[in-house]
Design a binder for this molecule. Structure first.
Ligand code: SF4
Length: 500
């Protein structure tokens, strides 16, 4: 007699457990969300699209500044009201007393990067019943099933056991986190208290993750961490294997290898350390995007000292040197106005720096106290009205410079990556598109509004096109698509062999 395995009748199948997910905060927190979602899916949970469908909700919180804490607390309240079962994770989770004070009924709280802790709470709240049929299915990898060891917190911090396979970004771009935590002590920031000291991933782990992404169709890799320039310092730049070669955990080596994959590589949260010159050289050679996101925060030496900023000093000189190496370089930065001790003199220094440095993309925030930050104790608090007035003056200058720099691009032909369609009801489908140049990161920089021209209806999200820039304003560019060159990364394309 031959043994047969029969699929159980539908009525015997066990309904999937559905988990809602709210992801707040910066791209670094987004990557943590992707890791949790990857593990949820691996263990057989479904992600609920709405509260009505969710058996429980995970809220990945942000605890950086007071408005972010408030947003996190109100998201937790909303999820609790809707489902009654909420697991809180993320930066604010490192301060459980704050959450419990407002929401004593949350089911569990974990800190940031705690995939295994979150999963433990999910399994306790929503156990998945196994049956004889699914129980026989092979286990594909560690952490795929509740009865198999889940990666430890140290492992998941490195991301070396599993980089996320569920992505919250569109397929054509992805954030790649190279380190977690920070070794600095900026006086306005509590990230090191929340996320701990820097822990860098091995270069091999980062590169294999990037390789898989590019093979799967990702065209733009955004390198993130708290202090990207310091990558590998904590592990003494140890070597690890990538495709049979040993690669150092060092930003320069990593950038070279990432650049070789042929995708756009964008650097975020870079501080102006001396070795960044070498990164800018790679930009000049076209290996990685000529784009640096450097949060300078201020320009007055006195304020930078009391902010305890890393790599501060000679900022203008450094920027000029970088521009001499790579004239195409686009620099994005953020600033805080109204920091304690900032008088009109220091604020003027900041405005003068802005005029001289002519940064391409600038964001600014009025200073606000963050619970437990050292800056709260500084003297010379700036009244709210003065902060707001300075912010407006600062943004006026930044906006004018941005408009002038964008106007210089009119008439040029630029590479643009398509992010979305922008048709209105009178257009034939695929006539209008929105994209970004190499100098624009998604979500924070400007956009390019395009007419598809003769390629109307033929372009897809994620295509990289050549476009003629015809107009500009303070933040955005306008133009027309000329052609769509073939996309040729140096990584085999999964499912796209020999096709565009
Ligand atoms: S560099 Fe400064 S602001 Fe950035 S995470 Fe570290 S301590 Fe915070």
């Amino acid at each position: 007699m031959t043994a047969t395995t029969q699929r159980p009748a539908d009525s015997m199948l066990i309904a999937p457990k559905k988990v809602g997910f709210i992801s707040l905060g910066c791209p670094k927190a987004l990557v943590d969300s992707e890791r949790i979602l990857t593990q949820l899916r691996a263990e057989g949970y479904e992600v609920a699209p709405s509260y009505e469908d969710a058996h429980a909700v995970i809220v990945n919180t942000c605890g950086f500044i007071t408005p972010a804490v408030e947003e996190s607390l109100s998201a937790i309240g909303e999820a609790l009201e809707a489902t009654g079962r909420v697991i809180v994770t993320g930066c604010l989770g490192e301060r459980p007393e704050k959450i419990l004070e407002r929401h004593p009924k949350v089911a569990a709280i974990t800190g940031s990067e705690a995939v295994d802790d979150v999963m433990e709470h999910v399994r306790r709240l929503l156990p998945i019943e196994t049956d004889a049929f699914t129980g026989l299915l092979p286990v594909a990898a560690p952490g795929m099933r509740p009865d198999v060891a889940v990666p430890s917190r140290e492992d998941t911090r490195h991301g070396d056991v599993f980089a996320p396979s569920v992505r919250l970004t569109p397929r054509h771009y992805a954030y790649v986190k190279i380190a977690e935590g920070c070794n600095h002590t900026c006086s306005f920031c509590i990230i090191p208290k929340l996320r701990g000291l820097q822990v860098s991933r091995d270069a091999g782990a980062v590169l294999y993750e990037a390789f898989r992404l590019v093979a799967g169709g990702t065209k733009e890799l955004m390198v993130i961490s708290q202090d990207t320039s310091a990558y590998g310092v904590d592990v003494r730049h140890r070597e690890s294997e990538f495709q049979g070669e040993q690669v150092r955990a060092h930003l320069t080596d990593l950038a070279v290898k990432l650049g070789e994959m042929g995708a756009w590589v964008r650097m975020h949260y870079v501080y102006p350390y001396p070795h960044v010159d070498r990164i800018v050289e790679l930009m000049a050679q076209g290996k990685i995007l000529p784009y640096l996101d450097i949060p300078l925060q201020h320009a007055s030496p006195k304020i930078l000292r009391s902010m305890r900023r890393p790599g501060a000093g000679k900022q203008l000189e450094t920027i000029r040197r970088w521009r001499a190496i790579c004239p195409e370089l686009v620099i994005r930065s953020t600033f805080i106005v109204g920091f304690p001790g900032e008088t009109e003199t220091e604020f003027q220094e900041l405005l003068t720096f802005l005029e001289d440095a002519r940064l391409d993309r600038v964001g600014a925030f009025p200073y606000s106290d963050v619970d437990e930050a050292d800056a709260n104790k500084l003297e010379g608090a700036v009244p709210q009205a003065v902060k707001e007035a300075r912010l407006a003056r600062f943004m006026e200058v930044a906006q004018r410079i941005s408009a002038e720099k964008l106007a210089e691009k009119v008439g040029r032909v630029m590479d643009v990556i398509i992010d979305e369609f922008n048709d209105d009801e009178d257009d034939a489908p695929g006539t209008r598109l929105i994209g970004r140049t190499k100098g624009d990161a998604p979500g924070i920089d400007g956009q390019v509004y395009l007419f598809a021209g003769e390629l109307a209806g033929q372009l897809k999200i994620g295509d990289i096109v050549k476009a003629r820039i015809e107009d500009s304003d303070e933040y955005d560019l306008y133009g027309e698509v000329l052609e769509r060159p073939e996309w040729k990364p140096n990584v085999p394309q999964l499912g796209h062999f020999g096709k565009h």
